[in-house]
Design a protein around this ligand. Structure first.
Ligand SMILES: [Zn+2]
Length: 259
């Protein structure tokens, strides 16, 4: 098993330059999905990755899982139709306190106000086969929170989403990728079976299921970067220009015209 878990935030045209890094346009997202298929990767549910780590199943080398953080309405409006077109499973981690509202936490970072998913859309996503996970109630920095606050955020987001769905919510993603041992323990104690970090790297049989690795696809990533991230699960490109240029050449082969 060597599984890449991709992380996206919004599938939408960016409203301004601040959110551009977090917004993958629907066209670019469709090309990513096509790239996954053309590169011979099998898209697997997050549950299969966790089962493999637990020793319950095995996964081939070229597997990838797709995840989205936050729970913006664009996941229902723009991502779902494309995922259905390809028949790909995915996971979505929702800020439960902002459901039926707006991305209130984004104000602190100058992000434009965006509509969040409403309850009926979350149920529709779950019915389509998307795995729904939690992402705290208020999108807090868990690693910088006091234990009682972190514990409440982790537990309540699970309970609130379970109320909406009428089924168990068993996966979690740390907002901002911010975690510490206390937060990780609180996730385990709350009854989750796995959690995603934002640390890059391939997921293997010995990966901590409560610190799964993810590679972020950013708004402006060119097709060659997507291929590189798919293969090596990196989030940031090597800073040295000669290495970047070599990698670009290596990963900018034939399919560039079509993707
Ligand atoms: Zn987030």
């Amino acid at each position: 098993m060597q599984t890449t878990i991709l992380m996206y935030h919004m599938i939408a045209d960016p409203l301004d330059s601040i959110e551009a890094v977090l917004c993958r346009t629907p066209d670019a997202f469709r090309q990513d999905m096509l790239q996954i298929r053309q590169s011979g990767y099998q898209v697997v549910p997050l549950a299969s990755v966790l089962d493999c780590i637990a020793g319950k199943n095995d996964l081939p080398e070229k597997t990838v899982a797709i995840t989205f953080d936050d729970g913006l309405a664009c996941i229902y409006e723009n991502a779902l139709p494309i995922l259905q077109e390809f028949g790909y499973p995915s996971s979505l981690f929702i800020v439960s306190g902002c459901v039926n509202g707006y991305n209130e936490w984004g104000k602190n970072f100058g992000l434009p106000r965006r509509r969040m998913l409403v309850s009926s859309e979350i149920r529709a996503l779950a019915e389509s086969g998307m795995n729904i996970g939690a992402h705290t109630v208020n999108h807090v920095w868990l690693g910088k929170s006091k234990k009682d606050v972190a514990t409440k955020e982790i537990r309540d987001s699970k309970a609130e989403l379970e109320d909406i769905l009428g089924q168990e919510v068993s996966t979690f993603a740390y907002p901002f990728g911010d975690w510490n041992q206390m937060a990780r323990n609180a996730v385990i104690e709350a009854g989750y079976t796995g959690a995603c970090s934002t640390m890059p790297g391939l997921n293997k049989k010995n990966t901590d299921p409560f610190l799964l690795r993810r590679a972020e696809i950013k708004g402006g990533d060119a097709p060659w970067k997507v291929r590189l991230k798919l293969r090596f699960a990196t989030s940031d490109m090597p800073p040295r220009p000669p290495i970047r240029s070599t990698l670009r050449k290596l990963f900018s082969k034939k399919t560039d015209e079509s993707v």
